[in-house]
Design a protein around this ligand. Structure first.
Ligand code: DX5
Ligand code: ZN
Length: 214
């Protein structure tokens, strides 16, 4: 089943509880939560304490997208937030394999993320370990960018690599209704949306996004 994952980074920060309630009321199962350190990416957002507070105020599954240098150092704090899904960027550490093992040992689903310039072939020796693969469809760190069209080819290639395994494919960045549909057709299951949902008419936009991936 293909799902829309709202990205809380796009929500109204002054009314997070209201936004969480809105998303839950709209039937959201998984919330995408960006963690940015100002080093791996320029932006800074949502540290473990904030994520834990949001998690305690919510019944949704949390998908934490770690965009930070030295993820190994912060992993225990991130696991302690209660997030059920945690993903690590291939480019952020020479120790992705060990971090994936730690995520799984903690009982969470483990994801590997690849940037637009990273070929999907780097996934080969991780395929038997990860639960999901996040294909970045923009360069991480800044919402509101345009979807990189070449990503569609990458999603299809990742799907081929996965073969019969039960690994899910997630996409993140620049997705609107039309693009959500093409991502689904290319093989994506988990579709992160920020700006195209948190706009002037979020309820209508959310309904349209869901309709597009039916
Ligand atoms: C960007 C983040 C995204 C972001 C997506 O680095 O990883 O999750 O919130 O926002 P949109 O959908 O507006 O590109
Ligand atoms: Zn993200």
């Amino acid at each position: 089943m293909t799902q829309i994952l709202p990205s809380i980074f796009g929500a109204d920060i002054l009314n997070l509880q209201r936004e969480i309630n809105f998303l839950e009321g709209a039937g959201t199962e998984i919330l995408h939560v960006d963690l940015m350190d100002g080093n791996f990416v320029n932006n800074i957002a949502f540290g473990p304490n904030q994520i834990k507070a949001m998690k305690e105020a919510s019944t949704m599954t949390f998908d934490v997208h770690m965009m930070l240098d030295n993820p190994a150092k912060h992993l225990d704090d991130i696991i302690a937030t209660g997030a059920e899904m945690i993903s690590v960027h291939y480019e952020s550490t020479p120790h992705v394999h060990s971090i994936i093992q730690r995520i799984k040992k903690a009982g969470c689903k483990a994801g590997i993320v690849i940037n637009p310039g990273t070929p999907e072939t780097v996934l080969e020796y991780l395929l038997d370990d990860v639960d999901y693969i996040l294909v970045m469809t923009i360069n991480p760190g800044q919402p509101g960018q345009s979807f990189i069209q070449k990503s569609l080819e990458k999603i299809a290639n990742v799907k081929k690599l996965i073969g019969e395994r039960t690994i899910r494919i997630e996409v993140d960045g620049g997705v609107n209704e039309e693009i959500a549909k093409t991502c689904k057709e290319a093989g994506a299951d988990l579709i992160v949306v920020g700006g195209a949902l948190f706009n002037d008419s979020p309820a209508e936009s959310y309904a349209a996004l869901k309709e597009a991936i039916k």
